[in-house]
Design a protein around this ligand. Structure first.
Ligand code: 13P
Length: 250
């Protein structure tokens, strides 16, 4: 079943106290009745406390990364088993910042996806073209390749644990949003690409989120497109009023 989802990617923001404050504000402002799955992704060090904090409220907690190996000599890294052991079973993978700043390749992302799925985690799989790709009208190719090389190694049964997040790099943190028409056009293409590789049932069921400068004042228009099932929110997820306004815009 295709779900409506709004996820907040907090990136490298909020210390322990600030995390608790923002979570308290979200708890207070969350709509009591909603069919939207709301997810927050604080930093690693605040995940366990976030899970505890949100125990009695319908907000799920995601990690922003995971290492592909099970355990061992990987200084500074965090495994899927560690995340699961503190109650986190959702992970964001393939984010453009991980690709660009930390040089994550499609092959590396694919192995992280495989590890997360082996641990029965849900993967929010991010992908999206850079400005130069759109300017050279290569954006559909880039997106198709990212899907094929980073995700399509999975099996049909794994799709229950996959959420797609299309984030055009040129719209992330820039204040520049893709137009509702550009978003719908790409989401339709993504669903078609999934359909060709895995069939109609999977393509219809998978949730495809849009990310890139989503704000309270543009969320409704973006979410009203038939192939947009929610959003992955950066900057606006750090302010409780904005984030909840976006949740309420679906
Ligand atoms: P902004 O909403 O700040 O553009 O960030 C989007 C994003 O990268 C979410 O993962």
């Amino acid at each position: 079943m295709r779900k409506k989802i709004v996820a907040g990617n907090w990136k490298m923001n909020k210390n322990a106290e600030q995390t608790e404050d923002l979570l308290n504000e979200l708890i207070e402002k969350m709509p009591t009745e909603t069919d939207v799955q709301v997810i927050v992704a604080p930093t690693f060090v605040n995940l366990a406390s976030a899970v505890d904090h949100l125990e009695f409220i319908n907000i799920d907690v995601a990690a922003q990364n995971v290492h592909q190996a099970e355990s061992g000599a990987y200084t500074g890294e965090i495994s899927a088993d560690m995340l699961k052991s503190v109650g986190v079973d959702i992970v964001i993978l393939g984010h453009s910042e991980r690709r660009a700043i930390f040089h994550e390749t499609d092959a590396l992302i694919a192995s992280k996806v495989n590890t997360a799925l082996e641990h029965d985690m849900t993967v929010i799989f991010c992908f999206g073209e850079e400005l130069k790709d759109r300017q050279s009208k290569n954006h559909f190719n880039v997106v198709e390749n990212q899907l094929r090389d980073g995700l399509f190694q999975i099996e049909a049964k794994d799709w229950d644990n996959i959420v797609l997040a299309y984030e055009p790099v040129w719209a992330i943190g820039t204040g520049e949003t893709a137009s509702p028409e550009q978003v719908q056009e790409m989401h339709e293409f993504i669903r078609e690409t999934v359909r060709k590789a895995f069939g109609s049932d999977i393509a219809e069921d998978v949730s495809i989120l849009y990310g890139g400068s989503v704000k309270p004042d543009n969320a409704k228009e973006i979410f009203s497109n038939p192939d947009v099932d929610g959003g992955l929110i950066g900057g606006a997820a750090l302010k409780s009023d904005d984030f909840i306004a976006i949740v309420n815009a679906i």
